[in-house]
Design a protein around this ligand. Structure first.
Ligand code: OOB
Length: 544
């Protein structure tokens, strides 16, 4: 068993097994089962139009798993995966599972600061990258990561490997491999983060397979499903809610879009007769506009899932008429709990709520600041536990003591209200995080980077309203005596040099003489949030 993670208490695990939530099968079986039943069916199509049947995908994963074992990558080894939406991701994901290794999923946008931290925390043995992606050379990043994190022995490259190992050469005749324990960790996901550094989320074979199966059922996926991956494959939403894994589980076809742009996505929807896809609200808004000028035939689309941040009721109501498909709101988290509006929910619930828990075994509480349950219908922080919600972050005992109640509920940091129907409305946030159109920015993480700037004495990062993104990031700075204020561009260059992902760069910089403080002396971020919102209103921009 992998160490450093928190399993469910044994009696709870027994119940989840007895009630059929956990089936005791390794996660990779979902591909094997389909390959045995429908070998010739098309499993995967990429943007270039290359196609792989279930049998082909299954065989590629077997060969790569054998190749990984030959490199010495096997049971319990962690491998940081940073691949864009390509077949290489899908093959490697299953190959790692079959080799008994644990994929640690990062986004293509992550840079040295994030990857070094993740590789270090997970004790990764290998790091898988594209050669270049989006004008960025990942091999240069890999050199820096190898230098900083010596346990990373192998760099596996999709494309031109330079001095590293080509993924294409990680190939050997299939060998019998030990079957992993289904109650053990299958994959480590990255949390949005509310602390100095991102946390790793352990997901077991049992829990993630249930996540996939139950999502596929709630979303009506079947063998006629053609799912377009628009968000990064490494994101829980696109991977498993039901996403690419849910589509393979039911024997449908997964289509990979290199970007979420209407040009790329609409062309693929038309070419492959895509039936369902998942996006974050800013992309939904972009698509709602783009249908006005893009010529593509979107008539195959049956369902658009939107989640990651809150979708306004007004654009929600426009999805059906503009795109000719149903909308599903999804309020989920990499930590586990998924809320879906149901396909047969009345239109007002679909437009105005963020769905209800996926599983009958999801337990939720809504509590006030003292941890007491609020009266029915009241707003408070959402706590949850259940058969696919983590009991602790990986190797983070101190953080876990704060993020979980003694009886195992995860504190989501989301402020919600529950309707009599059981549907949740997300009303805000109690966590120190900015949700930039679905991309999560930890205020503390960014503040720590800003404090390293020579002109910065103190920093406080808050969200500011934005019509498209929901929120953007505003960095309030108190300067060191005599120092000139860095501009937004100066700071962007400074943070990029430090290896911070582009989506975390502050969108705006404000200088203050002192920060407002709460009665206990903490920086009053609510007040700073009000200030920047008022300022935006005065300037005539933003959402307010
Ligand atoms: C998804 O996962 P994460 O881990 O990137 O972020 C989770 C957080 C939630 O705690 C909440 O603060 C926010 O993102 N969120 C939403 C939301 N969906 C997520 N806030 C308001 N409305 C929504 N619909 O974002 C994620 C994972 C799986 C499926 C969908 C989204």
């Amino acid at each position: 068993m992998l160490d450093g993670w928190v399993p469910w208490p044994e009696e709870v695990a027994e119940r989840y097994r007895a009630e059929g939530f956990w089936e005791g099968r390794p996660l990779d079986r979902l591909l094997r089962d389909r390959a045995e039943r429908d070998p010739e069916r098309i499993a995967l199509v990429d943007a270039a139009g290359d196609r792989w049947s279930y049998a082909e995908l299954d065989a590629r994963a077997d060969r790569q798993a054998a190749g990984l074992r030959r490199l010495g990558i096997g049971a319990g080894d962690r491998v940081v995966v940073q691949l864009p939406n390509t077949d290489a991701f899908v093959v490697l994901f299953f190959a790692l599972l079959r080799a008994g290794a644990v994929p640690v999923l990062t986004l293509p946008a992550h840079r040295e600061s994030e990857i070094v931290h993740v590789a270090e925390t997970s004790g990764a043995k290998a790091y898988a990258i594209p050669d270049t992606h989006d004008h960025f050379d990942h091999r240069a990043l890999a050199r820096a990561v190898r230098k900083a994190v010596p346990c990373v022995e192998h760099v596996l490259v999709a494309g031109d490997p330079a001095e590293f190992t080509a993924l294409g050469d990680v190939d050997a005749d299939p060998v019998p491999l030990a079957v992993p324990d289904p109650s053990d960790v299958a994959v480590l996901l990255l949390s949005g983060g509310t602390t100095g550094k991102p946390k790793l989320i352990p997901r077991t074979h049992d829990d993630y397979a249930y996540n996939v199966r139950a999502s596929a059922e709630v979303c009506g996926f079947d063998s006629s499903t053609v799912y377009l991956v628009v968000l990064p494959t490494a994101h829980n939403f696109a991977l498993a809610c039901p996403g690419l894994l849910g589509t393979l589980y039911v024997g449908g076809t997964v289509v990979l879009s290199p970007t979420p742009s209407p040009e790329d996505a609409f062309a693929l929807i038309e070419r492959e007769r895509v039936t369902v896809t998942a996006v974050v609200p800013p992309i939904a808004l972009l698509w709602l506009d783009a249908v006005e000028w893009e010529e593509a035939d979107l008539s195959s689309l049956r369902l658009l899932q939107v989640g990651g941040s809150k979708l306004g009721a007004e654009p929600a109501a426009r999805v059906g008429p503009a795109l000719g498909c149903a909308l599903q709101q999804v309020f989920g988290m990499a930590e586990g709990l998924l809320n879906y509006t149901r396909l047969d929910d009345p239109p007002e619930l679909v437009a105005e709520t963020q769905g209800r828990p996926m599983s009958p075994a999801d337990e939720i509480r809504v509590v006030d600041e003292d941890g007491h349950d609020v009266p029915p219908g009241g707003t408070g922080e959402l706590l949850t536990r259940g058969p696919y919600t983590l009991r602790g972050y990986y190797r983070a005992p101190e953080h876990n003591a704060r993020s979980f109640t003694d009886d195992g509920y995860y504190r989501t940091g989301d402020l919600v209200r529950v309707l009599p129907s059981g549907h949740l409305v997300v009303e805000g946030r109690a966590k120190d995080q900015i949700n930039r159109g679905g991309d999560k920015v930890s205020a503390e993480e960014l503040e720590n980077h800003l404090l390293a700037h020579p002109a910065v004495h103190d920093a406080a990062v808050v969200g500011m309203p934005d019509a498209t993104m929901g929120e953007r990031t505003c960095a309030y700075l108190v300067l060191r005596g005599g120092r000139a204020a860095p501009t937004q561009r100066d700071l962007a260059a400074f943070l990029t040099e430090r290896g911070v992902a582009a989506y975390k760069l502050p969108d705006r910089v404000e200088v203050a003489d002192v920060f407002p403080r709460t009665s206990v002396g903490k920086v009053d971020k609510k007040e700073l949030g009000r200030r920047i919102a008022a300022r935006l209103r005065a300037e005539g921009s933003g959402a307010g």
